[in-house]
Design a protein around this ligand. Structure first.
Ligand SMILES: [Fe+2]
Ligand SMILES: [Fe+2]
Length: 309
């Protein structure tokens, strides 16, 4: 068991996992609580835009797939709240911070989902970006977080494929369907690239998190990977990326791409995106309406305890 800073540093350097009862620096604990709880909140809020489309999905099969995906996201939220609790915080407090607007969640969920093609674009790009961010977290130095990421990533890859498959299907359809797919890509592409966070030169947490092996790659490295992975997928089905500066760079072996609108990024982050208020209002209502379920679950657990005693 780790009891000192020297032991902690040696463990992290040797790629061994830090576990809940080990000694850890305060900053490490705080960073993880912030990151894991924001991640949990993102999974939960992420269910809202897609949940709205379950009844509107165009076939029974698509409804079943989307329902399964949204349920997976609920599961991700639960693993992650559990992982956060191992650091000595209460789940109820974390959820209160989400509901009051004090805690952040991924800004991508503050954009509206206008058509069925958006569900395709979200799976393909938003879950695609989530995989890019989360695969390196399977090797995070904090044991409970890294282990929860292994299963989450397996499910994310199903989410990404179901989204791409919707886009493939639409691109095989008629003119109106192809236009719908292109329009969804146009609206979701830039916000998806923003999911990797500020540019490295403006990222406040990066270097310490690298030393602690919470983070393995910088925001810009992951963003570049996303661009390099997605561009050929778009080309393959006849979609055009909404970026006039995008081109393959023979020298670097990567795609060059245009400047992100950072004003938009910081504006949505500050709570002024198109759906920030709506998402929080819906989440608050769901929490309020679900109070009786939580009370009933507690009463049932108590009754079972009494029977066993
Ligand atoms: Fe997820
Ligand atoms: Fe997902």
């Amino acid at each position: 068991m780790i009891r000192t800073l020297e032991q902690f540093d040696a463990y992290v350097a040797a790629e061994k996992k830090i576990e809940p009862k080990d000694w850890m620096p305060d900053g490490y604990r705080k960073t993880l609580i912030r990151q894991i709880s924001q991640h949990a909140h993102s999974e939960v809020v992420g269910m809202l835009p897609e949940g709205n489309w379950i009844t509107r999905a165009p076939s029974l099969q698509r409804k079943a797939i989307l329902l399964a995906k949204v349920q997976d996201e609920a599961g991700h939220g639960l693993y992650l709240y559990s992982a956060a609790e191992t650091l000595g915080v209460e789940r109820a407090d974390l959820i209160d911070d989400l509901l009051s607007g004090k805690a952040k969640y991924s800004s991508i969920f503050n954009y509206p989902v206008l058509t069925w093609a958006d569900i395709g674009a979200i799976g393909w790009l938003v879950d695609g970006a989530a995989i890019m961010n989360q695969v390196p977290l399977c090797r995070c130095s904090y044991g409970p977080y890294s282990r929860s990421m292994i299963r989450v990533c397996k499910e994310e890859s199903f989410h990404q494929r179901q989204g791409y498959s919707i886009m493939v299907e639409l691109m095989k359809g008629n003119e109106a369907q192809r236009e719908m797919a292109q329009d969804a890509l146009n609206r979701w592409w830039w916000p998806s690239l923003m999911m990797f966070g500020p540019s490295d030169k403006d990222s406040e947490h990066s270097s310490q998190n690298m030393t602690w092996k919470i983070k393995r790659f910088t925001n810009d490295e992951l963003r570049q990977r996303m661009v390099d992975m997605t561009v050929p997928q778009a080309e393959c089905i006849g979609l055009k990326m909404p970026d006039k500066d995008l081109k393959w760079n023979e020298e670097t072996g990567h795609h060059d791409f245009g400047e992100i609108n950072w004003d938009e990024f910081y504006n949505v982050l500050a709570g002024n995106g198109p759906c920030n208020k709506e998402r929080l209002a819906v989440r608050n209502k769901a929490h309020h309406d679900g109070a009786w379920v939580r009370e009933a679950a507690v009463a049932y657990a108590k009754k079972n305890q009494k029977i066993r005693a």
